[in-house]
Design a protein around this ligand. Structure first.
Ligand code: MV4
Length: 501
């Protein structure tokens, strides 16, 4: 087993990986930028090395510095976390070339899945259902004909893209040529590669992904699905496992397909296969994420599998400790991504010091956070500052638990997405599970904290009235008189209600 692991990341995920290493008796090496001198991941690790200025391109994205630190510290493996260099084949190769182990897939698998057109053709060969689309780099007149054949609306996607970056929706033929040149220009600027292709746009679908684990002995399993439709501008805000749209039959079909996709690139480590699921339960491959994902905890909560520890074992050459039949989905888990953004001001990033902090605890609550009182939240990095994850016996219990946990959470000094999450948990469409990837666009456009408070009050008054009516019905059915007792009751209810608001 590894003696020392370098964690090439920051924030809550660096802390999460340090914890997994500690539980395995593995020493940890942190790296940090100027802005992170006093960060929690630095304090939790056994050793920490400064790797440069705050800007990520000068620190967390410097492969050369990471390898130098790993060598200097005597680390034998490197975990990339998510974001930064997690899906960078050059890092995985540099780690291998330095004689160290990359805790993730091979550079070849990262590369094959990183190019979205290569990924499509590779997984199609093993029977994975694709969204109908085109090969890369067709000429404009061929693309016009292809779009006609696919049927509008179509999506122009960058071959080197992913995560919705550089995607363009085209509703009618006269918009296509403009969209093509804009998409090529954008792709060239963002990825240094102007290769594009078309897919038919599947509207009103859900974004459901399957977690897979694959070892270096050819064993691969799936750990069920995550529902990730609650997104704003391709940033997920809430994820859950399982998905209300997936039953046991669909889960095993999607699971088998996801495992086949992973095996098609000789995948090792944890990976995620993204699908669109339409109203009729048809599913289509979108892309594979060749990394640990932000939302991995919801899968851990309903399966009991520690995905990070499994990644470490797999990288160490061990066999998977689970067979497919060992994996059972128990209960329901929801994650809210807490961001340093102002939901009352179009999710504007909000930096500053954390003046006071109280994080929720208690039954069924998991907080993945690197926050501390006095911490400076800088605008250099992703606005996600913590994740609040709950587990419940049922989806309803998980929602009630999330409301309870959100109400305990106090982060003073900066604006956060906490009140937005509370509003979302209270919204009937979320509660009924009736949402697709478009839901949050309309919901967040009308959301304000004041309105959420009003709805909360209205819900309370409604509950009180329903309760009173129930009492009256009981009184009538018991033949009792409407007398002084009900006035006392009313007064008690009002007092109780005031205590709630
Ligand atoms: C799609 C799609 C519909 N049809 N492709 C977005 C992230 C990236 N993984 C692929 N994405 C999508 N690709 C086809 N052919 C819908 C999404 C999508 C999405 C689109 C608009 C707004 C929010 C979205 C959330 C998830 C997925």
């Amino acid at each position: 087993m590894f003696k020392k692991v370098l964690i090439a990341n920051r924030g809550e995920i660096a802390v999460r990986i340090i914890r997994a290493c500690q539980e395995r008796g593995i020493k940890t090496v942190a790296v940090y930028s100027d802005a992170d001198r006093t960060a929690l991941h630095v304090r939790y690790a056994d050793e920490a090395y400064h790797i440069g200025p705050s800007a990520a391109r000068d620190s967390y994205l410097r492969i050369d510095k990471l390898i130098d630190v790993a060598r200097h510290a005597g680390a034998d493996a490197l975990h990339p976390g998510y974001g930064f260099l997690a899906e960078n084949a050059a890092l995985a190769a540099a780690v291998r070339d330095a004689g160290l182990t990359f805790i993730g897939p091979s550079p070849e698998a990262i590369e094959q899945m990183g190019d979205k057109v290569t990924a499509r053709t590779t997984v199609a060969r093993v029977g994975v259902p694709l969204v109908p689309g085109t090969p890369r780099d067709l000429h404009d007149d061929d693309l016009l004909a292809a779009a006609e054949r696919l049927g509008y609306p179509v999506l122009v996607k960058a071959s080197a893209g992913g995560g919705g970056k550089g995607m363009r929706l085209v509703r009618q033929p006269d918009e296509l040529l403009g969209a093509l040149s804009a998409a090529r220009r954008e792709a060239l600027a963002a990825f240094g590669n102007d290769s594009i292709y078309l897919e038919k746009a599947i509207e009103g679908a859900r974004h459901v992904e399957i977690q897979v684990l694959a070892d270096s002995h050819g064993n691969a399993i799936y750990l069920g699905e995550r529902e990730c439709s609650i997104q704003r501008r391709h940033q997920k805000l809430v994820e859950e496992a399982p998905s209300v749209a997936v039953d046991e039959a669909l889960r095993s079909k999607m699971g088998a397909v996801a495992v086949a996709a992973a095996l098609a690139v000789n995948y090792t480590s944890a990976g995620t296969i993204e699908f669109l699921v339409d109203k009729d339960g048809n599913f289509y491959f979108l892309e594979m994420n060749t990394r640990l994902q932000v939302e991995h905890p919801v899968t851990e909560m309903v399966t009991g599998v520690d995905i990070v520890k499994e990644m470490i074992s797999i990288a160490d050459g061990r066999r998977l400790r689970y067979k497919q039949e060992d994996i059972r989905i128990k209960g329901w888990s929801i994650e809210c991504r807490i961001t340093a953004e102002d939901p009352d001001n179009n999710f504007m990033p909000s930096g500053g010091s954390i003046l006071a902090l109280r994080e929720p605890t208690g039954p069924g609550i998991r907080v993945e956070s690197a926050l501390y009182e006095g911490m400076e939240v800088s605008l250099f990095y992703d606005p996600m500052i913590a994740k609040l994850i709950v587990w419940g016996e049922t989806r309803a219990e998980a929602i009630l638990r999330m409301r309870r946990a959100l109400s305990e959470y106090r982060i003073a000094g900066i604006k956060t997405s906490l009140p937005f999450h509370m509003g979302l948990m209270d919204s009937p469409r979320f509660q009924w599970g009736q949402f697709d990837t478009k839901f949050l666009d309309s919901y967040s456009a009308t959301w304000t904290q004041a309105q959420a408070e009003e709805e909360r009050l209205a819900a309370l008054v409604g509950a009180m009235l329903a309760h009173e009516r129930g009492l009256r019905a009981i009184a009538i059915s018991h033949g009792a008189e409407q007398g002084a007792a009900s006035a006392w009751r009313r007064s008690a209810l009002l007092t109780g209600m005031r205590a709630m608001i």
